[in-house]
Design a protein around this ligand. Sequence first.
Ligand code: ZN
Ligand code: ZN
Length: 225
Amino acid sequence: MAFTDFHIHTLWSDGSATTLEMIRTAHHNGASAVAITDHCGVGGLRALVEQLSRDVELAQRHWGIVSIAGVELTHIPPIVIPDIAMEAKFVGIKLVVVHGEGAVGVEPGTNLAAVGSAHVDILAHPGALTEEVTETAHRNGVYIELSGRSCYRDANAQVASIGITANAPLIISSNAHDPGEILTEALADQLAEEAGLTGEMARRVLVESPQNLMQRLKMPPLPLR
Ligand SMILES: [Zn+2]
Ligand SMILES: [Zn+2]
């Protein structure tokens, strides 16, 4: 079964390795697609596209792993999140993650602004999910992330159960800051299990969500491995 990892940090923000090292590791682990999603504010978007585009293109061409230039919009005032997410897409960033309210000091209202934006694809570490957030995520098809990162991992079961109740789309990513944290198939399965996802629900999150996300990004379907 193929797996994907759409939330990865590199030396461009607070990760420990280069873009190519992170993609190479994901490829080695058997991932069929990755997104590099470094923390970014408003001023660095164009520079980020320039930094990423050659590396992701190179990785995809030589290793055949679908490699996406993304961003994790981090600590953006909620009211401007829709505009900044739109600007990110406009300058060439393909996938937008928003750093959600489960992280320290994130401004309240960030989760709702993220899932309310047509240009945000994934809400990471949302913390306590409200009904309004999950319903908006469901309506707009914005994915809520179940994270492999140790500080957020304990919250996954709660995020999943609330998300499932509201039928909000869920996705599993590593939020890796180090090559050793990038997903493997076994880790993806384990995260699903820990989050209480079994059978059809696990398949939906592990297999259908990445394919549907590719469709949302207007990218070709993932290769079957
Ligand atoms: Zn980080
Ligand atoms: Zn984050």
